[in-house]
Design a protein around this ligand. Structure first.
Ligand SMILES: NC(=O)c1ccc[n+]([C@@H]2O[C@H](COP(=O)([O-])OP(=O)(O)OC[C@H]3O[C@@H](n4cnc5c(N)ncnc54)[C@H](OP(=O)(O)O)[C@@H]3O)[C@@H](O)[C@H]2O)c1
Length: 256
């Protein structure tokens, strides 16, 4: 068996939301580096353009499509951008936000906004992608859960975020079940701690980074290669029998 061919995603076209920073940027670059054309989506266009140039310099192909996932029109915009490349194979539904506040003082407007970006927008884009993938015979989707989709936080006040990621865990299973007959695989990634803009405030302050790392059995934060390769794997034939799963990328944090 040619095992290398199992991981070959050259010629695929995929959408990545939240490609302007953090994990979305890493996964978009990872897919592009493996020969997939990537539709780069987020609000901050200059950051998308910088990634586009980086991908082009490395010999890859991407499209910059600035959008706000709270805008209902974003789903068709992104799907049409992919179809302009001739096909739509996959989507990484990665854009996300969080809040930090004691639950008794939770701002309900912010709570709704987190649910809108982290859950409703995921549903909207996943549905739009499925409407294209069903007639063409299949595809793949990756949602972003979190270790906080499975467990409570450590007391920092992340009710909106944990609620949204718990919803993603269950939405992922439901979409996987509904679309399995159409050969669309839907899986979640559940990262523990990868240093990004989003969680920088959580580790700011004396001893907090060390406290975070002390809870990770592998003894280190996640690094780009720890997530980029998993995205390529799930996009490839090698991941072809995996659907409805939430894959912990947490250095063992959720194992004990
Ligand atoms: N880092 C971790 O350790 C970790 C752990 C568990 C789960 N996650 C999940 O991983 C995903 C990425 O997070 P990250 O850590 O990489 O955070 P990040 O660096 O803050 O990235 C968040 C991304 O989401 C985009 N985004 C936010 N609101 C948007 C909107 N309304 N419309 C379009 N794009 C929007 C941002 O782009 P613009 O601001 O340019 O729009 C940005 O590219 C999130 O779903 C997060 O919950 C991360």
């Amino acid at each position: 068996m040619d095992s290398t061919a199992l991981f070959d995603i050259r010629g695929q076209v995929a959408i990545v939301t939240g490609a302007s920073s953090g994990l979305g940027r890493i996964m978009a670059a990872g897919l592009a580096g493996a020969g997939c054309t990537v539709v780069l989506a987020a609000r901050r266009e200059p950051r998308l353009r910088a990634l586009h140039d980086e991908i082009a310099a490395a010999g890859g192909r991407s499209l910059v499509v600035p959008c706000d996932v709270r805008d209902p029109g974003h789903a068709d915009l992104l799907v049409n951008a992919a179809l302009g490349e001739g096909r739509l194979d996959g989507v990484i539904l990665n854009a996300g936000v969080g809040t930090g506040s004691p639950a008794e003082n939770e701002d309900l407007a912010r709570f709704h906004e987190v649910m809108e970006v982290n859950v409703a927008a995921v549903m909207r884009l996943a549905s739009a992608c499925a409407r294209e993938m069903i007639p063409r015979g299949g595809g793949w989707m990756i949602t972003l859960s979190s270790i906080l989709g499975k467990r409570a936080g450590t007391g920092m006040g992340v009710a909106a975020y944990t609620a949204s990621k718990g919803a993603i865990e269950q939405l992922t299973r439901e979409l996987a079940r509904q679309w399995a007959p159409h050969h669309i695989r839907v899986n979640a990634l559940a990262p523990g701690y990868f240093p990004t803009d989003m969680n920088a405030p959580m580790v700011a302050g004396e001893g907090r980074l060390e406290a975070m790392i002390s809870r990770i059995p592998l003894g280190r934060p996640g690094e780009p290669h720890d997530i980029a390769g998993v995205a390529v794997f799930l996009a490839s034939r090698a991941g072809g029998y995996i659907t409805g799963q939430s894959i912990g990328l947490d250095g063992g944090m959720s194992a004990w």
